[in-house]
Design a protein. Sequence first.
Length: 95
Amino acid sequence: MSAYMVISVTPDDEEKMREYETRTLEVVSRFGGRPIARDTDCFVLEADQRPAIGVILEFPDKQAVKDFYHSEEYRPLKEFRHTFATASALVVAND
């Protein structure tokens, strides 16, 4: 059963964001994930602010998402992202 990581992110630095995305997608693929959507013109139905970028990543299951997010490979990238962007993520499985 697939699991989807739904991400909203607002970067303060577009160049760093491009670097982060390139490096992160390499790690995502190692955990069986793949991007299925990226939108810089997404809209919000119920929230106080609209993110600059909306992303959906597909993984084989919830455990793969957890393994990716808590991996040694992703940790420095997550720390790097915290220096230039605010983000939130939600994981939803296709039950």
